[in-house]
Ligand binder design. Structure first.
Ligand code: SF4
Ligand code: SF4
Length: 357
């Protein structure tokens, strides 16, 4: 590690480029089957250690240990943070969202009957981004759909050729407590905000007479879509690194037939910085992140999608650490200099997070 570089925030000189900044080996790349995500494999893959292990199984014992950041109050917050994501079905709808108790078609104008005429897709992109910002998206980019990134077990009609990719900033102080529970709360809150943003954006598009498929982590790989849409580059930690917040974002996307002008991808030296930095790999308690100097094409486990030149993260190890921790972890986000450059403090204790002195 070059400590001088990692102690200083990397300078993000952003260039717009003609094609996405990743290298693909076409002989190895296949559409990823969502049944191979680590979360799905917990339910069906009896050949690995995480089978049937839920990461909240040990929470009661962990609370009893009395460690700061792992109290009942901390877990209450972390579990509450997911509520809108988990309970609001409209957040991930592929159709006009039903209003509580009343068929939507009986209220007001049926906007879906006619299409708003769009003669300038770039102008429509501007409106779309403004709408996404209003609903709470921190970053918005638009790309043409590269169908390589759709899950192999999902299909969507050809007319959905545009993707609106949105990043939601996560609470910096919460993340800075990782692996304690306020970090998991920042993550859950990111997912819940995503449900709200997606619902607003899906309805905005439908009110213009077009279709919208609202997605969180489902349906397609979010990170390559976000790279295509010009939101950032891939880091050693396997996450999207944005110039504004580093990896401290959650991603969601909408597939649509709304005519839109795409953004160009960006490049700001992430690969070169990651080659030397390695902080995420050094701090990962699961030893899940590669220390190799150079990226490669070798997947480390079944839950990786081979075929892209990158540092593959052993997500099996990562998940098993989450089970030990009683919740998810964000340490590879917390320690990343691209996050620290945008955070109030690099490290926050659970006590400081709750402002208890
Ligand atoms: S989330 Fe935690 S355990 Fe998983 S790769 Fe990042 S630092 Fe390691
Ligand atoms: S992703 Fe990892 S290696 Fe790359 S800058 Fe962030 S902490 Fe350093």
């Amino acid at each position: 590690m070059n400590s001088n570089r990692t102690n200083n925030a990397p300078k993000a000189k952003v260039k717009r480029i003609g094609k996405p900044p990743y290298v693909i080996d076409r002989s190895k790349l296949h559409r990823f089957n969502s049944k191979n995500t680590v979360f799905d494999r917990v339910m069906w893959d009896s050949s690995w250690k995480g089978y049937k292990q839920m990461y909240d199984e040990k929470v009661i014992d962990i609370i009893a240990n009395g460690k700061p950041g792992y109290s009942r109050v901390d877990f209450a917050l972390a579990h509450a943070s997911w509520i809108v994501h988990d309970a609001f079905e409209g957040g991930f709808s592929w159709k006009k969202i039903k209003l509580y108790g009343t068929p939507a078609a009986t209220i007001g104008i049926d906007w879906t009957k006619t299409k708003h005429e769009i003669d300038d897709p770039c102008k429509m992109s501007t409106f779309t981004k403004r709408a996404a910002n209003l609903f709470g998206a921190s970053l918005v980019g638009i790309c043409k759909l590269n169908r390589d990134w759709l899950y192999a077990d999902v299909d969507i009609p050809e007319k959905f050729e545009n993707v609106i990719v949105m990043a939601v900033e996560m609470d910096a102080d919460g993340i800075a407590t990782s692996p304690a529970a306020p970090a998991a709360a920042a993550t859950g809150a990111g997912y819940s905000k995503m449900a709200f943003i997606l619902a607003g954006m899906g309805e905005f598009i439908r009110n213009l007479g077009y279709e919208a498929i609202q997605c969180g982590n489902d349906t397609a790989l979010s990170i390559p879509l976000a790279i295509d849409a010009g939101l950032g580059q891939l880091g050693r930690n396997g996450l999207l690194i944005t110039p504004q917040y580093g990896p401290r974002v959650r991603l969601c996307k909408i597939f649509t037939d709304l005519p839109l002008g795409p953004d160009k991808p960006i490049e700001f030296g992430v690969k070169e910085f990651c080659e030397e930095c390695k902080l995420c790999a050094q701090q990962c308690k699961a030893v899940a992140i590669s220390m190799d100097n150079e990226p490669n094409f070798q997947a480390t486990c079944r839950s990786n999608n081979p075929g892209a030149l990158k540092w593959y993260v052993d997500v099996e190890r990562c998940y098993l650490y989450w089970c030990q921790n009683g919740m998810d972890c964000s340490t590879c986000i917390k320690v990343c200099p691209y996050n620290i450059a945008s955070a109030r403090k690099a490290k926050v204790t659970p006590k400081e997070f709750w402002n208890v002195f």
